[in-house]
Design a protein around this ligand. Structure first.
Ligand SMILES: C[S@@+](CC[C@H](N)C(=O)[O-])C[C@H]1O[C@@H](n2cnc3c(N)ncnc32)[C@H](O)[C@@H]1O
Length: 342
């Protein structure tokens, strides 16, 4: 199936114009439940896929769902399998058959299995355990695209996965999330996919994606370095956001993380006005990706209103105090030395 082409190259500022114009009013879970904005349709050779039932605007909530079953296991070997089967057995018969009807793409197995269904459809929740997999009845039907029009995030506080429109979508278009790291070149992504990025592989796209990954890693490194490379860090944040625009990759929660880094770099340079601008941009992305009640959205709102509440502000102030004390002590020592020995 051919998806529509990537968004035309958008400038950094135009993306924010788009954000500014988007509906930022809180969207209630009940809104989603009342009118489901998608339907599942059968595709030749691809099983089910989700299609928009109406036009969607950037940030519109498509799905909020809790796992039908989840396994978190710290044991060695195959212990998680026992967990999986006992949790499955504990489900109602109706739920069991809904789980069993999910797609199993583990073709190396001779027949359909619960493990295959789990591996085909599960998501991780970043739990600090050896085995962590959550399975959802509806989310499992959304196909992958290397240029997804949905943003998928997990909310650890509510125990829900959330899908929102990451760009305006027309009624009838396929709604896709992503299963693989998108900031890799086509060969490394290794996902058989008919999205524009895969259907028309281009050297420019590959270069952009690998550069986006390199910059993201460099930003993370500069973030750890506290008072070193602050200007370089901020430059990298601007560059990565521009490249995401050029590549048509929305990745709202990545953008949020980059803006937070931009805020920290500006704060460490003592530029409060700029740090507020970064926090505001980060907040817009967080609100679109996670909704107004998510802890990251609230944190960025607070940073926007009071950037000095960020630990980096205190760190810089302490560091400045240390330097001032050092300069004062050295000056006194110099004066004493001069008076005594000259
Ligand atoms: C989570 S399921 C998605 C829903 C699935 N179509 C169904 O009917 O339940 C994942 C499976 O769907 C298929 N799939 C998803 N995205 C695809 C894509 N972009 N290209 C080809 N196959 C895809 C693959 O077989 C994959 O293992």
């Amino acid at each position: 199936m051919l998806r529509r082409p990537l968004l035309p190259c958008k400038a950094w500022s135009s993306h924010f114009r788009c954000l500014k114009n988007s509906r930022l009013a809180p969207r209630l879970v009940s809104e989603v439940a009342r009118e489901r904005p998608f339907e599942f349709v059968k595709e030749e050779g691809r099983g089910l896929s989700a299609r928009a039932k109406r036009d969607l605007s950037l940030g519109d909530v498509v799905l909020i769902e809790q796992p039908v079953l989840a396994v978190e296991n710290n044991g060695k070997g195959d212990e998680w399998k026992e967990d999986l089967h006992s949790r499955y057995e504990a489900l109602s018969e109706e739920r069991q058959s809904q789980v069993w009807n999910l797609h199993d793409a583990c073709l190396q197995k001779p027949e359909k299995s619960l493990e295959g269904i789990l591996f085909t459809n599960c998501i991780g929740r970043n739990l600090p355990v050896r085995f962590d997999a959550a399975l959802f009845l509806e989310l499992s039907r959304f196909n992958h695209s290397c240029s997804p029009n949905l943003e998928q995030t997990w909310n650890a506080d509510t125990g829900e996965v959330r899908l929102v429109a990451a760009e305006p979508v027309k009624a009838g278009e396929e709604l896709c999330t992503h299963y693989v790291e998108l900031r890799l070149d086509r060969a490394e992504r290794r996902q058989r996919c008919e999205c524009p990025a895969c259907a028309q592989p281009s050297e420019e796209s590959d270069k952009r994606r690998t550069e986006i990954k390199r910059l993201a890693e460099s930003i993370e490194k500069d973030r750890q370095d506290r008072l070193k490379n602050m200007e370089r860090g901020e430059r990298s944040v601007k560059r990565v956001l521009k490249l995401l625009d050029k590549e048509g990759l929305h990745l709202l929660s990545w953008r949020k993380t980059h803006c937070l880094a931009g805020m920290e770099f500006a704060l460490r340079q003592g530029d409060l006005a700029k740090s507020i601008q970064w926090a505001r941009k980060g907040h817009q992305y967080a609100r679109l990706a996670h909704g107004p009640d998510h802890r990251d959205t609230k944190m960025l709102l607070q940073l926007m209103e009071d950037p000095s509440s960020h630990p980096d502000f205190q760190f810089r102030t302490d560091e400045m105090k240390d330097w001032t004390a050092y300069v004062v002590v050295m000056s006194i020592a110099f004066v004493v030395f001069t008076v005594l020995y000259i």
